[in-house]
Ligand binder design. Structure first.
Ligand code: 7TS
Length: 418
């Protein structure tokens, strides 16, 4: 069984949120005389002091290139960099560091799979299966691949609650399907997709599965071995780590058989003008000097999250989601977009009285940061027949008082525009 957030939430919420907030200096900011209420965590989460310290320590005591120096600093930097890889692997449940490819983020991780695995396995007339609720970064790389190869992009529909139509999924899966690429959590709707079921069905048809974990990774424990997924992509900056950093997990057997997608330093074993032989995993996919500080800071974010406990985080956020959902439903004219049974702490909504951009502006005046727009998921907006939503995406440091501030500000929006 996949881990259900609602089951985890049955446990006590165990986070000392007040102490946690002290770890995040930016939460002390004041805007227009109001304390910052940061509810745009789906776009990027804030950074705890320990992650900043890891970056500073790298530049103060480690700065050197990795995998190439005999001198102390290079060896120390290499050690910390590879320790970070082990931490990232441990965080998602793989003991094999070779299955952890460092990338710029989720977007690059998905492009890597599309360009390497995809270009090898997808040919004319083949199909790539995604869903209606994908972020553009799990649509466009596959579209580019399909265009190049004369293949077809197929899309699993969603119902009015924003849940995948699993019957349609089974119908769409066929012998021409070469890969299924779906999100674990929708950034626009908050839906947690039934990934265990998706993987079981796809694998029974012999089709590998890539999961876009960008919005799942900060909210719940992930174990790629328990899930059995073939690829899992995520970004550090959505899990309290740095920007420009992410991970592609892939099964070693698959990664090993895939060609490199970028050429350059570090990804080679030997080079002559006649022939180049490639490095072993994971380096085969990491051409050029990597984001060393980013990897080390990602490792620090993993340490931080493990100290707090992903179950406790999931329980806290689920309680907050329930509280916020009830409170928002009391706002006249407000409709929540995305009412799946299983949701992570993301709430998209529309308000009769005002356009999402005007709402975003008025909330900002009150010190409340939300995202207004299509959330890089335009097909979701088209599916619901709306141009945009306002989205509050919650994190481990958010509180009920902040939800109350959001609700009060929305009542004010109704007053101003009503
Ligand atoms: N996949 C999903 C589900 C996402 O939510 C995002 C970013 C990405 C992929 C891309 O991640 P990146 O780190 O490579 O950029 N989502 C959002 C968002 O919801 N608001 O801003 C960025």
């Amino acid at each position: 069984m996949a881990i259900r957030i609602s089951d985890i939430a049955a446990e006590e919420a165990l986070l000392d949120v007040e102490a946690i907030r002290a770890d995040f200096p930016i939460l002390d900011l004041v805007r227009n005389g109001n304390p910052l209420v940061y509810l745009d965590n789906g776009a990027t989460s804030q950074t705890p002091r320990c992650v900043m310290d890891a970056i500073e320590h790298y530049y103060a005591a480690r700065n050197a290139n990795v995998h190439r120096g005999v001198h102390y600093l290079s060896q120390a930097a290499t050690h910390d960099f590879e320790e970070a890889r082990k931490k990232a692997g441990r965080f998602i449940g793989t003991p094999l560091a070779c299955e952890v490819i460092f990338t710029r983020g989720t977007t690059e991780a998905i492009n890597l799979v599309a360009q390497s695995y995809g270009r090898t396995h997808v040919g004319a007339g083949d199909e790539v299966l995604i869903s209606y609720m994908e972020h553009h970064s799990n649509i466009v790389p596959w579209q580019m691949l399909c265009e190049e190869k004369g293949a077809h992009l197929k899309v699993i529909p969603i119902n009015d609650a924003g849940e995948l139509d699993m019957d349609a999924f089974e119908r769409l899966l066929n012998e021409r399907t070469k890969i299924v690429a779906v999100t674990h959590v929708s950034n626009a709707l908050g839906t947690i997709t039934p990934i265990k079921e998706i993987i079981r069905i796809a694998h029974s048809a012999g089709v590998p599965v890539l999961l876009d974990g960008a919005q799942a990774i900060p909210h719940m424990p992930i174990n790629v071995y328990e899930l059995g997924c073939d690829f899992y992509a995520f970004s550090a900056h959505k899990m309290y780590g740095p920007t420009g950093m992410g991970v592609l997990y892939g099964k070693a057997r698959l990664l090993d058989a895939m060609p490199p997608w970028q050429g350059g330093g570090d990804m080679i074993m030997s080079v002559t003008f006649e022939k180049t032989t490639y490095n072993t995993l994971p380096y085969k996919f990491e051409a050029g000097t990597p984001n060393i500080e980013g990897a080390i800071a990602l490792g620090a974010a993993v340490d931080y999250l493990e100290r707090l406990g992903m179950n406790a985080i999931a329980a806290h956020e689920h309680q907050l989601l329930t509280y916020a959902t009830r409170a928002l439903q009391e706002v006249p004219g407000l409709t929540i977009i995305g009412t799946a049974k299983e949701k992570a702490a993301v709430i998209s909504f529309v308000l009769e009285s005002a356009h999402p951009h005007d709402i975003g502006q008025l909330l900002d005046d009150a010190g409340i940061a939300v995202r207004a727009g299509h959330h890089c998921a335009q097909p979701v907006m088209q599916r619901f027949g709306i141009p945009a939503t306002t989205r509050a995406s919650l994190a481990l440091y958010n509180t009920r008082e902040e939800i109350d501030a959001l609700v009060a500000a929305l009542h004010n929006v109704n007053k101003v525009f009503g």
